[in-house]
Design a protein around this ligand. Structure first.
Ligand code: CMC
Length: 378
């Protein structure tokens, strides 16, 4: 065995082999199962993309209809999950609520028949179907309202926006949201997917796998960044404040949220698509000063940090789109989780095909043969 040098954050070290997605950070390419993200964003739907990710190929018409039907039939939440949610503090972060609910699903379906394709399919369907309902239910319940029941006549994305805002979205809003889900569905071995893989490798149940990934996605350096982008735009307030704000961040070595990526050294292709979607929404529903600030930020960051490969990532424009769709800021990361569940499940299934428990090594930096000092002498 070759002994590798230690690299913080495992940067550049392969942790698995996968045929699910591919990123070329120098050319700004992202593919799911070989198909470009641009093509999927334009021609596919989130549910079709989830099928592609999990089962490896695009479904035919009957397969897609069956998958959509199964998901529609599993959208409702168990009363006991709803009762559990009632006990959550209203001020708690929705990602914590989602993590608890995803884990709690495992209490109902804990049979770990990981070699049974029917069990795997049922788990994928339940998680994809119920996570949006959980997110919408928590939002309404923390406002003191009863959750809205899912509507069978609405597609996946339209139904989520309906459950969240208590009114049917217009087709453009539902379409834009669906594309957002497609764009966030998978992104190779990022932190939350790695966390899902480590958990999956112990052969625990898929609900624990997704709960562990949700906890990892919650941090501000990962999924939490799009929330931080909005706080930053609020703080900046006007286009004139952009350059001083960026210069202050650079001088004090503070990260500018929504910029930079471990893999992309050019503009994230998802950010480009999201920017177009944001423009479509602004065209229909009216402009947004935050967008003007965002454009100026992109210009100034390119000027100051472009030479380091620091460009907008997926989180920079997604917050602007979600805001325009009426999604509260602290639901941005749970919305990311709705979408990324597809990628996590694809990796869970792939991991099961050739499982070996993760057990890396470490470089010990502590002492040896240290004396035990009795408590009275410390
Ligand atoms: N603002 C200012 N400088 C930056 C930024 C940024 N957002 N990102 C990286 N840099 C600089 C950094 O200061 C360092 O400079 P130097 O070499 O002079 O010390 C250099 O670029 C390399 O940075 P790093 O922190 O070693 O890069 P990393 O690969 O460890 O970090 C990152 C990647 C995404 C954590 C980081 O870019 C960051 O914190 N960005 C802001 C948070 C964010 O937007 N996160 C969402 C990431 S995309 C979605 C996802 O993966 O969930």
């Amino acid at each position: 065995m070759t002994v590798c040098e230690y690299r913080a954050g495992l940067e550049g070290i392969p942790a698995t082999q996968s045929s699910i997605s591919f990123v070329d950070g120098q050319r700004g390419v992202l593919e799911y199962r070989g198909i470009s993200i641009e093509e999927l964003a334009e021609r596919s739907s989130f549910i079709e993309t989830a099928y592609l990710l999990i089962w490896g190929e695009l479904p035919n018409k009957d397969e897609l209809e069956l998958f959509e039907y199964e998901i529609r039939n599993h959208r409702r939440l168990k009363y006991r999950i709803r009762d559990m949610m009632k006990c959550f503090p209203e001020g708690g972060h929705p990602m914590d609520a989602l993590q608890a609910c995803a884990a709690a699903l495992g209490l109902f379906y804990s049979r770990r028949a990981l070699d049974d394709p029917a069990y795997i399919r049922a788990a994928c369907v339940r998680l994809l179907a119920k996570i949006p309902t959980m997110v919408a239910a928590f939002q309404l319940m923390r406002k003191g309202n009863d959750p809205v029941q899912p509507r069978d006549d609405l597609g996946y994305s339209a139904n989520f926006l309906y459950m969240l805002n208590e009114r049917e979205p217009d087709p453009l809003a539902a379409h834009v949201f669906d594309v957002c889900l497609t764009l966030h569905a998978e992104h190779t071995i990022n932190a939350s997917t790695f966390s899902a893989l480590v958990t999956a490798s112990t052969l625990t149940d898929p609900y624990a796998v997704v709960a562990s990934a949700v906890g990892t996605l919650a941090g501000p350096l990962h999924g939490g960044a799009n929330e931080e982008v909005i706080f930053m735009l609020e703080e900046i307030e006007s286009v004139e404040n952009v350059a001083p704000y960026i210069d202050h961040c650079i001088e004090h070595k503070q990260k500018i949220m929504g910029f930079g990526h471990r893999v992309y050294k050019v503009k994230d292709p998802r950010a480009t698509i999201l920017q177009h979607l944001a423009e479509k929404l602004f065209e229909k529903y009216g402009g947004d000063t935050f967008y003007d600030i965002a454009l100026e930020m992109e210009r100034v960051v390119h000027d100051r940090l472009g030479h380091k490969g620091i460009y907008p990532n997926v989180d920079f424009y997604s917050g602007l789109v979600y805001r325009k769709l009426g999604i509260p800021t602290d639901l941005f990361t749970p919305v990311f989780a709705i979408s990324r569940t597809a990628g996590w499940l694809a990796h869970w299934k792939e991991q099961l095909n050739e499982n070996r428990i993760f057990r890396p090594t470490q470089i010990y930096t502590g002492t040896h043969s240290s004396p035990y000092v009795p408590i009275q002498e410390r």
